[in-house]
Write a protein that binds this ligand. Structure first.
Ligand SMILES: [Zn+2]
Length: 345
């Protein structure tokens, strides 16, 4: 796996609806590494193998991240914002942020005080971003309403092949599906394989909807992150016992396809990869749910990367888990055949 490519993807901002810079990196990277590379009107980049094969599998990893959007500018030149996706508002005060403007990245500091720090009911509309502007007019010379904002954090390597960074959810997934496609090609995959870096997962699901509607796959795999139960995460009673570094996670849910899950499990066993199991009593809150409801209905499964501190400026993941997700998905694509029967009996 190409760590430099991953770290390059993690270096840009891609707040939901503003994924173009990241998608362009993927588009450029995949030239010559797939049979077809395309971008659609929703901004999804799709890399494809065997485009004329009769059976198609779609892998989706979302390229967008959560963040903030500028709503107004105060007379003192500070920016007011709303949340984009599932943010932790109380994580912002006192932090440095990046504002993605037409003229490039601007930096800001989110106002904080003892009063603000004590307010556990803080709303996004209470946040104020100080960009150093003298007043409203000064700020509006540089920032436009609708510009997006992320924490000013970069990926860093931790001990034991672990990394920390912002929005590993789900740029890891977008990276994994592209790397898996390349590997599946080397393994001689014969079915149609589409790896899509989807847009808008954190907010509207529009990217996955458009991709699955257009590509009309016979089966789909969503690749996203999931909470661990090993450190400040969920309790194992909620969704299962999930640990960092213990391998890809397969999900049991009413909508997840049992035969696809069984096939993924068999692939993992064949290539000696450990697999963890989580449960979702309803939807999975991933692109899988969206793709599932397109066209005549698309059978799907979910392959998740264990992630600590999801939706925070310093999420933590294991590169070994990432590598194993790539290997599992490549093996799965190579194992698929056009006559695969996905009916339950
Ligand atoms: Zn996600």
């Amino acid at each position: 796996m190409d760590k430099a490519f991953l770290f390059d993807l993690l270096s840009v901002g891609s707040v939901s609806g503003n994924e173009a810079e990241l998608e362009k990196k993927i588009y450029d990277r995949m030239q010559g590494r797939a049979d077809q590379v395309s971008v659609d009107e929703m901004g999804n980049v799709t890399a494809m193998l065997n485009p004329s094969a009769p059976f198609t599998v779609l892998l989706a990893g979302h390229a967008d991240e959560i963040g903030l959007m500028v709503t107004a500018v105060g007379s003192d030149g500070t920016l007011m914002v709303t949340g984009v996706g599932g943010i932790y508002v109380t994580g912002y005060p006192g932090q440095k942020v990046r504002i993605y403007t037409k003229g490039g990245v601007l930096y800001g500091a989110v106002a904080n005080s003892r009063e603000i720090a004590k307010n556990r009911e803080l709303k996004a509309s209470d946040l104020r971003i100080d960009i150093g502007a003298k007043d409203r007019e000064d700020a509006l010379r540089h920032v436009a309403l609708g510009d997006t904002v992320t924490f000013d954090t970069d990926v860093r390597e931790l001990l034991n092949g672990r990394i920390t960074g912002r929005a590993l959810d789900d740029r890891l997934g977008a990276f994994i599906v592209m790397e898996a496609l390349e590997k599946a090609r080397q393994k001689g995959a014969s079915v149609g394989c589409c790896a899509v870096a989807t847009t808008g997962e954190e907010t509207t699901g529009s990217g996955a909807y458009a991709a699955a509607s257009r590509l009309r796959p016979n089966a789909a795999i969503a690749v996203d992150v999931t909470w661990t139960s090993d450190n400040c995460g969920i309790s194992e009673a909620q969704t299962g016992e999930i640990a960092l570094g213990k391998g890809p996670v397969l999900c049991n849910s009413p909508s997840i396809h049992k035969k696809l899950n069984a096939r993924l499990r068999a692939c993992a066993e064949r290539i000696g990869i450990p697999v963890q199991t989580e449960a979702a009593g309803g939807g999975t809150a991933t692109d899988g749910d969206t793709m599932h409801m397109t066209g005549i209905g698309v059978p799907f499964a979910l392959v998740s990367i264990p992630l600590r501190y999801m939706h925070n400026p310093a999420e933590v993941a294991s590169l070994e888990d990432v590598r194993q997700c790539i290997d599992l998905l490549a093996e799965f694509l190579a194992d698929c055949t056009p006559d695969m029967d996905l009916k339950p009996f």
